[in-house]
Structure formats: structure tokens, C-alpha cells
Design a protein around this ligand. Structure first.
Ligand SMILES: *Cc1c(COP(=O)(O)O)cnc(C)c1O
Length: 379
């Protein structure tokens, strides 16, 4: 089955009791048992809920994976994965990681005795150099946020296999429409469903997709034991969003290209970060592992002055200044003070994240209107 057909049909079935074509919102905490232990597969909604089951099956199908697990947020999904580790274990991740992941790793799990190494992962020799006999997890996010570096998933998988470590890919920016990391050797794919997957800026949720049965068993144990599970209404909203994922992503990519090219030609704009440019340092890797290049773009103004960037952000009419990304509407952000404020200034500078950097999540409006907005804001 092709991607668009799967986005609409995979994992979901008409409701057997009524024929309802859309998955009902099973707003229930518990399920009646005929006799102790004699139930219909559902006992308590933290453990299982039919709306969540259909979403988890749909998510697994989109990534060509075997098992999906849904969580109350992307962070709850990440938290569940890190719980696979023990004190003394080591993790290698990228140095321009999503700020919330960085905060969870360094402020929570580092205090439990897990060691994190942050390296520029688009350079695989830096990853190899950080491997020790205690490396248990390699955490890839690609393209990275906000510098849009592209990390070679197949190469990271080879390093992980040699090290005997598990490979996780945070696929939030790409979605399975653009890349399917399990096919490239990842053990786990992780999502903030809040972004492109749900796609309408109306819910916060996360997910993990895996192939391995044992890994699934351990993760579902933590999912239930620790309890970061989503409610059925949110699962319904994500299921609804997934049905247009392919159409939305197609337009995000088309608009992304037009906006990136406009910015690149603008006399007041300095560097533009977008993996679709043939002179992007990781363009070849992007072209190899992605089906298209997405709608996330970052740029700096010539002169690299923070106040100039803030003036542009204040002038935007359509690119609303807000946290988050991946919704139908275009958003703008200032990573240094918003999404990446939890990363120390020195670390940010080391990763090349300037205080004047502007990040755009290009929505699915008409590209002409988006370019008009950029024109009036940049001047
Ligand atoms: C938003 C985001 C997260 C965290 O997800 P939440 O749903 O906000 O908890 C993790 N990774 C990336 C790349 C994100 O953009």
C-alpha cells in the first residue's frame, strides 16, 4: 500500500458495534469484566484504550514498523526511551539537539548517573570518537533543530551496531512521509506528534515506533508503569490529522522550497539553512535518505545583529511568533530566547546557533502571501 492510502486507512477499522467509519473516542477509564480476568482485551485505560490502539497501529504502519506506542507528549516518549538505561550507561547525541531533550538529558537523567556526550553528529567520525564500552544509546535528530544539519541515519546505525548500542531517531521534523528510519537501521523512531503528525496546532502528544518485540515489551511496560499516556480525545485528533499528512507535507515542502529560495536571493539576508540547497553541507545525505526537504528553514540577517532579527519577528503578519512548528499555519521563532533558551549560551555558540537566528515553520498557506509577508518584514 502506498503512503497516502496508508495515512488514511492503516490501523483503523469501522467500529464493530455501529459501523462508524471514524474511530470513536472511547472516553472511559475502565471496562466491565464478565468474570475476574475474563475481558475483551481492555481492563483500564492507562494500560489500553481502543482509540489509542488504533492510533498506535496507524503510527506503526506509517513507519513500516511492527509496534507503535503513544504518549502524553513528545517528552513523555523520550522519557520512556531513556528509562531503558541504567546508571553508568552512556548516550551520544547531537550538539544542536531539541532544547527540551537536552534539558531532560542534562537536568534529569544526568543526575541519575547516565552520561551524555553531545557531538556534531553530521560528522560521523565525531560520533565514533565518543563511543566507549558503556555506550548504550545513540540519539539522532535529523534534520536538526534549528540549524537543519542532516545526520546520516544508515551511518549512525552502523556505528550503533558496532558499539552494541540502540539507535533512536527523533523523526519529528521529517515525519514518515519524508523518511522512515527503521528501514535505515534505527531501533526506535520517536515523535513529537504535536508537530507535523497531528498538524493542526491543537494537541500535545508523542510516540515511539519499533520493530523488535522485546524492545516493545519493555517500552510498553514503562508506558503503563510510569503512566505518561494520552487521553482518547487527543488520540482521535492525531488520527484525524494523520489522514492528511501526505497532502500537508507535500505543500509544506513546496512552500519550503519557495521561501528558502526567496530568502537566499534577498540582499539583506545572510546565511539560509535548508537541506534542499545543493550547497548545503549535508545535501547529499539529505537527498539519499529523505524524499523531499521539508518546510523548516532558519536564517540570519546580514550583520548578524540580534535586535534586527527581533524587529523582523515583530513585523511578521502571517509568520506568527510562537513556539512549536509543523502546523498548517506558518510560525516564526527566535531559538536563542525561545526553544533553545535552556541550552547555555556557550553551548549554543559552539553549535553555531547565533543569537540573531530566525527559525521558520513554513505552513501550507499560499506561497505568494508568505513571500509578501517576508518582503514587508525584512524590508
Ligand atoms: C517539540 C519537540 C519535542 C518535544 O515534544 P513535545 O510534544 O513538545 O513534548 C521533541 N523533539 C523535537 C524535535 C521537537 O520539535
Amino acid at each position: 500500500m502506498k503512503f497516502g492510502t496508508k495515512a488514511i486507512h492503516a490501523g483503523v477499522h469501522p467500529d464493530p458495534s455501529t459501523g462508524a467509519i471514524m474511530t470513536p473516542i472511547f472516553q472511559t477509564s475502565t471496562y466491565v469484566q464478565r468474570s475476574p480476568g475474563d475481558n475483551k482485551g481492555y481492563e483500564y485505560s492507562r494500560t489500553h484504550n481502543p482509540t489509542r490502539t488504533q492510533l498506535q497501529d496507524a503510527l506503526a504502519a506509517l513507519d513500516n514498523g511492527k509496534h507503535g506506542l503513544a504518549f502524553a507528549s513528545g517528552m513523555a516518549a523520550i522519557d520512556c526511551i531513556v528509562k531503558l538505561l541504567q546508571p553508568g550507561d552512556e548516550v551520544i547525541s547531537t550538539n544542536d539537539l531539541y532544547g527540551g531533550s537536552y534539558r531532560l538529558f542534562t537536568k534529569v537523567y544526568a543526575t541519575y548517573g547516565i552520561k551524555f556526550h553531545f557531538v556534531p553528529m553530521h560528522d560521523m567520525t565525531a560520533v565514533e570518537a565518543a563511543v566507549t564500552e558503556r555506550t548504550k544509546l545513540i540519539w539522532v535528530e535529523t534534520p536538526t533543530n534549528p540549524l537543519l544539519n542532516v545526520i546520516d541515519i544508515a551511518a549512525a546505525s552502523a556505528v550503533a551496531k558496532k558499539a552494541g548500542a540502540l539507535l533512536v531517531v527523533d523523526n519529528t521534523f521529517s515525519t514518515p512521509y519524508l523518511q522512515t528510519p527503521l528501514a535505515l537501521g534505527a531501533d526506535m523512531v520517536m515523535y513529537s506528534l504535536t508537530k507535523y503528525m497531528a498538524g493542526h496546532s491543537d494537541t500535545v502528544m508523542g510516540a515511539v515506533v519499533v520493530n523488535d518485540d522485546q524492545l516493545h515489551e519493555r517500552l510498553s511496560f514503562f508506558q503503563n508503569a510510569c503512566g505518561g499516556t494520552p487521553g482518547p480525545q487527543d488520540c482521535f485528533l492525531v488520527l484525524r490529522g494523520l489522514k492528511t499528512l501526505h497532502i500537508r507535507m507535500q505543500r509544506h515542502c513546496e512552500n519550503g522550497r519557495k521561501v528558502a529560495e526567496y530568502l537566499k536571493s534577498h540582499p539583506k539576508v545572510g546565511k539560509v539553512y535548508w537541506p534542499g540547497f545543493s550547497d548545503h553541507p549535508n545535501h547529499e545525505v539529505a537527498a539519499k535518505q529523505m524524499n523531499d526537504f521539508g518546510g523548516m528553514i532558519s536564517f540570519v540577517l546580514k550583520g548578524d545583529v540580534k535586535d534586527d532579527a527581533i524587529a523582523v519577528l515583530e513585523k511578521f503578519q502571517l509568520f506568527s511568533l510562537a513556539e512549536s512548528l509543523g502546523g498548517v499555519e506558518s510560525l516564526s521563532g527566535h531559538p536563542a530566547t525561545m526553544t533553545h533558551a535552556s541550552i547555555p549560551a556557550e553551548e549554543r555558540r559552539k553549535a553555531g546557533l547565533s543569537d540573531s537566528l530566525i527559525r521558520l515553520s513554513v505552513g501550507i498557506e499560499d506561497a505568494e502571501d508568505l513571500i509578501e509577508d517576508l518582503k514587508q518584514a525584512i524590508g
